[in-house]
Design a binder for this molecule. Structure first.
Ligand SMILES: Nc1ncnc2c1ncn2[C@@H]1O[C@H](COP(=O)(O)OP(=O)(O)OP(=O)(O)O)[C@@H](O)[C@H]1O
Ligand SMILES: [Mg+2]
Length: 480
């Protein structure tokens, strides 16, 4: 369709200004010649520009066709829909733009935050899989993560892959490509359900030799089914006092890896594992990936307090973990809290967001608004951020028969002994101790953990020196 005078007369004139703006945006980028006085429909590069409006009159798509022979020298047509060009158009029009189609000479830019593909996803609950289905579908993909079902006709690239599975297409990735992952979404939007599917897919495609898990879930029951799978690095933290211990286990493990990589001059755990595969050594084992999952990251960060050792460990895991195969995934109901801001938010390379109530919450999770537009009640619907602030809508796959997983996984049943105690919790432990001998052990353990006598005195007796010092000596030396 060519915009002619007649069309303008029949009501398309309003589009004129928008067309002009688009032309200027392209001209700004050097993609067309700057001809501000030329009516946009006859500017050299474009044959047609068509504006498609929705029922309420707002612009939904901009379609344009290009006369290739008239592109300025050196400009290839695909640059017109490059990330930079689309970003620029978004800026000029003051609206989010998404490229829908880059085939042939017709280009379509969808206006608005939520691509229309959103409607062509399976209904909530329509895609459920049990552990065996997941294992079958992901066969041959190591440490695979089942991300969700894709809209019809959409494929993905880069860090994600699409695979056909019956009548749906699945987006999958793997742990090292996903990296640290932030999962936003209001209550009951589907975060935990997504996590279960992701965990099941990882367990289906890995072994305790290739993947370790650590979980923090203060809601206690949400993650309990994974408590005794063999891949667990340590027990699930279900109480505040366990949070420190789980973080410490992960932090210690990170330190161990760092030392190994330094000693063997390897740049990543992959280098290290490749080295061992090539030249096995009796006293060295390959290093598995370690995934730390925190359901309700905001609660944890608040409970820990920003000045605590535990918080510092969490930040360190986010900053240094990825290069050591240690990944942190955090789910948040309200990503707006200053929590993730300070928690090295930039380290989370994968962002997904289920429905949120406010635009700002979507921005806090995805860097871009859109998740507030996910219709209420469409549970498991979420947006995945792709490079260049593009958003891909997906629907999560529900894991059926959680308890049956037990039949397919190996479990350990010995009692786990925590390798470390929370020095912050020494007061509690000290007061809980049943006799003075136990108190002495607690103090000695704290000293071994690196606490100073002064610290201990300050914490337990509220001051140091004098009587506190005497108390400490009395307890430490009691019973021989
Ligand atoms: N993909 C899906 N299809 C259908 N229903 C779903 C899907 N994902 C989640 N649900 C349903 O939505 C409800 C809430 O899911 P979930 O517990 O995962 O939410 P949540 O975001 O973790 O909530 P909270 O923040 O309160 O923990 C559950 O009853 C679950 O069955
Ligand atoms: Mg939840």
């Amino acid at each position: 369709m060519t915009l002619t005078k007649e069309m303008e007369a029949s009501g398309i004139a309003v589009s004129h200004a928008i067309g002009q703006k688009i032309m200027l945006a392209f001209a700004d980028l050097g993609l067309t010649e700057d001809m501000p006085d030329t009516p946009f429909c006859v500017a050299p590069t474009f044959e047609t520009i068509e504006i498609v409006r929705g029922d309420n009159g707002s612009i939904e798509y901009i379609l344009f066709t290009i006369d290739m022979s008239k592109l300025p020298t050196g400009v290839v047509a695909t640059r017109l829909t490059s990330r930079r060009a689309v970003h620029h158009i978004s800026g000029v029009l003051g609206k989010q733009a998404t490229v829908l189609n880059t085939t042939g000479v017709t280009y379509a830019i969808a206006m608005g935050n939520v691509p229309p593909a959103m409607q062509r996803l399976p209904e909530p609950g329509a895609t459920t899989m049990n552990f065996v289905d997941i294992r079958r579908n992901l066969d041959g993909n190591d440490n695979a993560i089942l991300v969700g079902t894709l809209p019809e006709g959409i494929t993905v690239g880069g860090r994600f892959r699409s695979i056909d599975c019956g009548n749906v297409r699945l987006a999958i990735s793997n742990l090292s490509s996903m990296g640290h992952c932030l999962i936003g979404g209001m209550t009951q939007s589907g975060k935990t359900t997504w996590l279960h599917t992701a965990i099941a897919s990882l367990l289906a495609t890995s072994t305790p030799e290739t993947l370790w898990l650590a979980l923090i879930d203060l809601k206690v029951v949400e993650m309990s089914m994974w408590a005794k799978v063999e891949n667990m690095l340590c027990p699930i933290a279900t109480e505040e006092k366990d949070v420190f211990r789980v973080l410490k286990c992960c932090d210690d493990e990170m330190a161990r890896r760092q030392e190994l990589l330094l000693r063997y001059r390897c740049r990543s755990i992959k280098d290290f594992n490749d080295m061992l595969a090539y030249d096995p050594q009796d006293d060295l084992q390959p290093i598995p990936y370690l995934l730390l999952i925190i359901d309700e990251l905001a609660d944890i960060a608040l409970a820990l307090g920003k000045t605590s050792k535990a918080y510092a460990m969490l930040v360190r895991l986010c900053q240094k973990g990825a290069s050591m195969g240690v990944y942190v995934w955090g789910a948040l109901q309200n990503p707006l809290t200053e929590v993730i801001g300070t928690l090295a938010r930039g380290q989370f390379q994968t962002r997904i967001c289920f429905r949120v109530e406010e635009r700002g919450q979507s921005q806090a999770t995805l860097n871009i608004s859109g998740a507030e537009k996910i219709p209420v009640g469409v549970r498991g619907r979420f947006l995945l951020k792709l490079p260049g602030n593009r958003l891909l809508p997906l629907q999560s796959v529900m894991l059926a028969g959680l308890r049956d997983c037990a039949l397919d996984l190996s479990f350990y049943d010995d009692d786990f002994v925590w390798p470390c105690n929370d020095p912050n919790d020494i007061v509690q432990q000290f007061n809980d101790a049943s006799d003075i001998a136990e108190q002495r052990e607690i103090l000695q353990a704290a000293l071994r953990d690196g606490m100073t006598k002064k610290d201990i005195q300050q914490r337990i007796w509220g001051y140091s020196g004098g009587t506190a010092y005497d108390n400490l000596q009395a307890v430490l030396s009691s019973g021989g």
